[in-house]
Design a protein around this ligand. Structure first.
Ligand SMILES: C[S@@+](CC[C@H](N)C(=O)[O-])C[C@H]1O[C@@H](n2cnc3c(N)ncnc32)[C@H](O)[C@@H]1O
Length: 224
């Protein structure tokens, strides 16, 4: 069975149950490092942040904070029915459009979001679905919009067994490269820190980065 099916059937819910205590609420004093950086880079563009999508949103806690910060409307996709149900009933998240699904098949119109956020989702994506997931994020993001990616960023590329489920893997690599190499995205900023603390980590396996990419509406100016 592929990882997509495993997350839809059981591991999405299992992840949510394991992490429920930290997915209750963010108090203002403890803004997660990824959101702190997204706010920092995108604050000058806040008037353009009308619609935000988070892929792999769990119960939508980060999406809720993003939408509150940018005064935007939000949609979130996650394979965990339990997390989505929790998000729908959480006070403060009732305005969010939360749905069960996966990143390779988004129930969204083309060019319909100003910000697409992929936070710790690509490292869990089946390799045969990686480019489809990348293409879906690109499809639904408006030209002139922003793509944010937070994921493990060891500086090399490797897989390791996913500790919570036999037969599943964590795939660690710099996912911004897939978007940047096509020439239609510009790296607006990248913040390197650690899964363990908010600063650079010498242990490559713990390294994390939040990157903000700009989808250039005019990546191919006419040759003259
Ligand atoms: C480590 S959690 C991250 C949750 C949240 N984005 C955050 O940063 O706190 C990974 C989430 O991705 C979801 N997920 C796993 N595979 C996915 C896929 N193929 N598409 C979308 N979400 C997926 C899991 O159910 C889980 O909620």
């Amino acid at each position: 069975m592929d990882q997509k099916e495993l997350f839809l059937r059981e591991e999405g819910d299992a992840y949510f149950k394991r992490n429920r205590s930290t997915h209750g609420s963010h108090d203002g004093s403890a803004v997660p490092e990824d959101l702190r950086y997204v706010y920092h880079v995108l604050d000058p563009f806040r008037s353009r942040m009308g619609r935000i999508l988070e892929v792999g949103c769990s119960n939508g806690l980060k999406l809720e904070a993003l939408c509150r910060n940018f005064e935007a409307s939000g949609m979130g996709i996650d394979p965990s029915a339990m997390a989505i149900e929790d998000g729908k009933t959480r006070p403060g998240a009732s305005h969010l459009d939360l749905r069960v699904g996966t990143g390779d098949d988004l129930p969204c119109d083309p060019a319909s979001f100003d910000l697409v956020y992929l936070a710790f989702c690509l490292y869990l994506t089946d390799r045969p679905l990686l480019l489809k997931t990348v293409a879906e994020a690109d499809r639904v993001l408006k030209p002139g919009g922003f793509l944010a990616i937070t994921d493990f960023d060891p500086g090399t590329r490797y897989r390791k067994p996913y500790s919570h489920l036999e037969g599943a893997f964590s795939y660690k690599q710099d996912y911004t490269q897939t978007f940047l190499e096509c020439g239609q995205y510009y790296l607006a900023g990248k913040h390197c820190y650690s899964h363990r603390f908010p600063r650079f980590d010498e242990d490559a396996d713990e390294r994390v980065a939040t990157a903000i990419l700009y989808k250039d509406p005019d990546a191919y100016p006419a040759w003259r």
